[in-house]
Design a protein around this ligand. Structure first.
Ligand code: DX5
Ligand code: ZN
Length: 215
């Protein structure tokens, strides 16, 4: 399977979302990655369901919502109604993971579960048969433009081995510090959905940048 590319709009020109969405549509990028930060689970605050709904009103693209929030379960309905295509939440949040997965699925959306760099792979494995994707954070969540943490690759490999050895259909997503070098390493370790912000939006040609990491 070739890599699915998700563009994190956190690194885009947020004063021109409409232009960005149209460029993404024309670039063949597979998904728009929408980082939601609540100032509690992580220090920063980004955007919520209101802006997502505006984006949904101008595009049919897959909207990949990444909730870096302390109580994701409480937000599932709002983001589903705003037009999310998938919702990923953190295992380290305070919501019950199975209940949150069930809530996301009840809206017919794809469900993802994420772990921060310090969380071991074995903590997330029990949930893998019930989700569509597992997001292994390759930076500390909370801001864009950070350097890839190479030590997280081992977790990608462990999870990938587990998926291969089981009937599980879930795919591994990586997020943070992705560029041509780190994308290759993550792909070789077993990741099949690569999220890139700075790499795509600071490139002169976003289509060429995305194509260069679609192995
Ligand atoms: C980090 C976010 C990432 C981030 C990726 O908290 O979850 O999605 O925007 O940005 P880059 O690619 O710049 O590391
Ligand atoms: Zn993200």
């Amino acid at each position: 399977m070739s890599a699915v590319i998700s563009a994190s709009i956190l690194a885009s020109d947020l004063l021109n979302i409409e232009k960005t969405v149209s460029e993404l549509e024309n670039s063949g990028i597979d998904m728009i990655h929408y980082d939601v930060m609540d100032g509690v689970f992580v220090d920063n605050i980004t955007y919520g369901e209101v802006i997502l709904k505006k984006m949904r009103s101008i595009t049919d693209m897959f909207l990949d919502v990444h909730l870096m929030t302390i109580k994701p379960l409480a937000l599932v309905g709002g983001f589903a109604n705003a037009g999310a295509s998938s919702i990923t939440f953190h295992l380290e949040s305070s919501s019950d993971a199975f209940e949150t997965i069930r809530a996301i699925k009840s809206y017919g959306l794809k469900a993802g579960i994420s772990i921060k760099p310090d969380t071991e792979a074995d903590k997330v494995i029990p949930y893998l048969p019930y989700v569509d994707s597992v997001l292994v954070m390759t930076v500390e969540p909370g801001k864009g433009g950070q350097s890839f943490m190479f030590e997280t690759l081992e977790k990608v490999m462990i999870i990938s081995e587990y998926i291969k050895a089981s009937d599980c259909k879930c795919i591994i997503q990586v997020d943070g510090g992705i560029n041509t070098e780190t994308a290759r390493l993550a792909y070789d370790a077993g990741a099949r959905n690569l999220v890139a912000g700075t790499f795509i939006f600071k490139a002169n040609d976003m289509k060429a940048a995305a194509d260069s990491i679609r192995f």
